[in-house]
Design a protein around this ligand. Structure first.
Ligand code: PEP
Length: 224
């Protein structure tokens, strides 16, 4: 069983979410499926048979932080997972490793399982080491990591499977064996099977291709 996670980013609509839920509810899979819609659409997922997550959560569960999403309330409305440190948040909102650590901590306090995203710009593995430095030595038993090389997100480019395996092995050496490791970056219905066959992989985080319901159904059914 692998983890198949879908990050819609800021895409979708009420109508699309309703169609997605009704069609994906019909798809059988042995994999664990987690969908991360925009927070505004979480209410459309009542009756969804798979898991739900949030794309972002705040560094605190309550208080005066206008416009942020409380991890505790996200849990209340049915989320069990949250993305932390996605490269778009690191770049567009200047979320540094300190903020990522605070969000990871608060998400766990609220009962959410954080999926911590890490990724380098130019095949520089020391970046990954730096991004993980605050988390190393913490209790990572309820934490998932997603390796998302920035040069592969939304570009149609993926590293060769052997390279993904080498990086995941390197990450495992830093965080230990207890945390599942995902790969993300231009995963599609066409390449999912070969990526999911990588030795050290526990699943994939799918961005753009998760908005194609037929294609995402195929990824959910990839036999590995
Ligand atoms: C992402 O944004 O997490 C992602 C993996 O995007 P894409 O699949 O579109 O490259």
């Amino acid at each position: 069983m692998k983890i198949i996670a879908a990050n819609w980013k800021m895409n979708g609509s009420v109508r699309f979410a309703e169609e997605f839920v009704s069609k994906i509810n019909e798809v059988q899979t042995n994999h664990k499926v987690i969908v991360f819609p925009p927070a505004e659409l979480l209410g459309q997922f009542q009756g969804f048979r798979y898991c739900l997550g949030a794309q972002n959560s705040a560094i605190a569960s309550s208080g005066a932080i206008t416009g942020e999403s409380s991890p505790r309330i996200l849990y209340d409305v049915g989320c069990r997972y949250v993305l932390v440190g996605h490269s778009e948040r690191r770049t567009l909102f200047r979320e540094d490793d300190k903020v990522v650590f605070a969000k990871w901590q608060e998400a766990r306090n609220a009962g959410l399982i954080p999926i911590v995203c890490i990724g380098e710009r130019r095949r520089r593995w020391d970046t990954l080491q730096k991004q993980l430095s605050r988390l190393r030595g913490q209790d990572l038993s309820q934490t998932i990591f997603a390796y998302e090389p920035v040069w592969c997100i939304g570009t149609g480019v993926t590293p060769p499977p052997e390279e993904i395996d080498d990086v995941l092995y390197f990450i495992k050496g830093l965080v230990g064996k207890q945390s599942p490791l995902l790969y993300g970056g231009s995963v599609t219905a066409e390449n999912a099977k070969s990526i999911l066959s990588v030795n050290n992989i526990d699943g994939v985080l799918v961005g753009g291709a998760s908005l194609d319901i037929a294609g995402f159904s195929q990824i959910m059914q990839a036999s590995v």
